[in-house]
Design a protein around this ligand. Structure first.
Ligand SMILES: [Zn+2]
Length: 486
């Protein structure tokens, strides 16, 4: 489609909403950069367009690579789970039942057993794990799958943040000992750091969730929380120490080295690529639109031929693509200025401008998306310069996101201060009587008064309380973080 046609329809080229109006900005960038089409006629289900899928495929590749480096193997389990599987773990079914979609009929015939669309795959996978795990030699068993899951969320849905169908990875591990399971929790958090933070540029804090906010059926839940530009926390990957709860319900036992039969220990980990994508969009974007880290950009380079240099542009594209770079040539009849805006809005990290004079002199102009910095480079050094500038862009936007994130943590030692801090958004560090069941009443009072949640206590650093519970005034046992959340 040409610019002329778009303007004739009354659409404005480029972004019109500044990022400080985050909610509207987010919706506009999804539409204008063509990440998703929001007009599908099933509430909470999203139509993903190529520009988001290309990025998420790269995100999947990086995450799956990291899981496999750490000895996880891929599997594909069915999307449906028989009702009887769910009933085996009482807390799990209780937690998930309100959100389940059920398949009840085949044609006009009612099924003898209802099938749930998986909301998560514990009850599918562990049914098979009980058949696969026999001896200590079968352990550890570390499997993952990349798939969609379905939860009939009744809260307001937001594209890439909260939906009734979302795309994620789930890893399910089985061990012979509790210690190995606990170490896996640490390894899961390391993967979150190595991939989500260092590759996608999404900063986070690791929390142990309070007792009242655990995954249904888990002994402990640990979660990485990031922050959105509007100051609301967003939960990213969580990892659950399942202990022996599911292993007992699903009969996952093994004969140990001492010939005794033992119950296995388990963990599960759920990096939701879909939701991480929302953080990538939200944290790195600016008033002009999207900004992608170089490695996961849908297209990494946009070449704009100016004044009849199409042939050279396609030649350069071929050369860069052979080196594994994703490159688009915009040879449409739009003006160069329109094209610059368009590819900036779509977040392409590097733009290459190629005019007749540059072709003649054997050079090209390279423009970085994040800073707008223009560099003249030798044509022969095109690949090297693209990689260098791409790497610099990634480093720079990650450190920008980190600095912003660090500034989003404040401190409160009274309910009044807590309320004031929460008004300006971010995480508020404060002290609570307990993160066990005893503390729930105090957390509820925070929730009622400020519509904010106790996210838990940090697990990356040890923090000792010095004063009293911010709510009830009894001696504080924990340093906790409170935030409004998505
Ligand atoms: Zn208290």
């Amino acid at each position: 489609m040409s610019a002329g046609k778009k303007e004739a329809k009354g659409d404005t080229v480029g972004m019109t909403v500044p990022k400080k109006d985050f909610s509207e900005w987010f919706t506009e960038v999804i539409k204008k950069a063509e990440l998703a089409d929001l007009r599908y006629n099933a509430k909470g289900f999203l139509v993903h367009r190529p520009w988001s899928v290309l990025c998420m495929k790269e995100m999947y590749r990086l995450y799956e690579g990291e899981l496999e480096r750490r000895c996880h193997m891929p599997v594909w389990f069915p999307a449906v789970i028989p009702e009887s599987n769910f009933k085996k773990e009482a807390e799990h079914i209780e937690g998930f039942e309100p959100e389940l979609f059920w398949v009840t009929h085949a044609g006009s015939d009612e099924l003898t057993e209802r099938l749930a669309l998986r909301p998560t795959s514990e009850t599918a996978m562990y049914t098979m794990y009980s058949k696969w795990v026999r001896s200590w030699r079968d352990l550890p068993l570390k499997l993952y799958q990349s798939c969609q899951v379905w939860r009939c969320d009744t809260k307001a849905t937001r594209p890439f943040i909260r939906g009734r169908e979302f795309h994620w990875i789930e890893a399910h591990d089985v061990f012979a000992t509790e210690e190995e399971a606990k170490n896996q929790v640490k390894e899961d958090m390391e993967m979150t750091e190595v991939i989500m933070h260092r590759e996608f540029g999404v900063p986070f804090i690791s929390f142990q969730r309070p007792e009242w906010d655990k995954f249904p059926g888990a002994v402990h839940t640990y979660a990485a929380d990031t922050m959105m530009p509007d100051g609301k926390a967003l939960q990213q990957p969580s990892t659950h120490l399942l202990g022996q709860n599911f292993a007992k319900s699903f009969n996952i036992r093994f004969k140990d080295k001492d010939e005794k039969e033992k119950v296995a220990w388990q963990t599960c980990y759920g990096p939701a690529i879909w939701r991480m994508f929302s953080s990538v969009v939200a944290l790195h974007g600016d008033d002009k639109g999207l900004v992608f880290p170089f490695k996961i950009a849908p297209m990494q380079v946009a070449i704009i031929p100016i004044g009849g240099t199409e042939k050279e542009a396609y030649g350069l594209q071929k050369e860069l693509m052979e080196a594994g770079i994703r490159v688009i040539v915009d040879a449409s009849d739009n003006t160069p200025g329109w094209k610059f805006n368009q590819w900036e809005m779509k977040g392409v990290p590097i733009r290459i401008e190629l005019g007749p004079k540059e072709v003649k002199e054997g050079r090209l102009t390279l423009v970085r998306r994040d800073t707008g910095k223009k560099t003249q480079v030798n044509r022969k050094a095109a690949l090297k310069s693209v990689l260098t500038e791409g790497g610099e862009l990634t480093k720079s936007i990650i450190s920008k996101a980190d600095n912003w994130f660090t500034g989003k943590i404040s401190n409160a030692s009274s309910m009044k201060e807590l309320g004031e801090c929460l008004k300006s958004g971010g995480f508020v560090r404060t002290e609570l009587c307990s993160v066990g069941k005893d503390g729930e009443a105090c957390a509820d009072r925070i929730k009622d008064r400020f519509h904010a949640e106790v996210r838990g206590k940090r697990i990356d650093v040890e923090e000792k309380p010095k004063g009293d519970c911010v709510v009830c005034g009894s001696k504080a046992q924990e340093v906790v973080y409170v935030a409004k959340q998505y």
